[in-house]
Design a protein around this ligand. Sequence first.
Ligand code: MG
Ligand code: MG
Length: 248
Amino acid sequence: MINIKSSSEIKLMEIAGKIVSDTHKHLEKHIKPGITTKELDELACNFIIQSGAVPSFKGYGGFPASICASINEEVVHGIPSNRKLKNGDIVSIDIGACYKGYHGDSAWTYPVGKISPEKQFLLEHTEQSLYEGLKVIKAGARVGDIGNAISKYIENFNLGVVRELVGHGIGNKLHEAPDVPNYGNPKTGPLLKEGMVIAVEPMINLGTREVYIKDDEWTVVTADNSPSAHFEHTVLVTKSGIKILTKR
Ligand code: MG
Ligand code: MG
């Protein structure tokens, strides 16, 4: 069953979403060569707590940190560590915050210093694919329309759409029904209704779409070691479209 949020629940989710986007803004200033992902994790954790929320990911399924930080060929679920970011890296930062029991969730991939034209291309088109997916959402659309819009857009650029991981409903649980895949057929899948809240999150690889999980049992990496990008917004479904709750 897909939850329809009440207006009071939506108010809390708007605050949670704002805390997530503010945390991104706060971290972005610090994403430079030399900083470790553990330092970024601490900055995010402190910021979320000062904002009156708690980090959604800490302890979720046993995840050991407040944010996911995935560098280059790491797709998602990278564990913050003492590894220093280097000039030319890209780093995907996924942030979740829970405010009075309700979650917001947003990921963004950042360049570190000066990146290659290939990585720039990957970032631009992954971000745009998120917006292509968001464009088709409104009450009466179906979940398959979203994945279809994302994969149709990405097909033009010969990039790999990761299929093993998907977007999701969100509310008083971080992951709720429905699954929101980044591929699919139009007019198929669950019906979207006013008051549903979903996280749409394309994960796109510069090479093959194939991925595997590393020995740490968390970090998902590309099978061919090519770089990967991840952009995610939490959005409220409205009668005529969406409201982005994690707007930057
Ligand atoms: Mg996320
Ligand atoms: Mg998510």
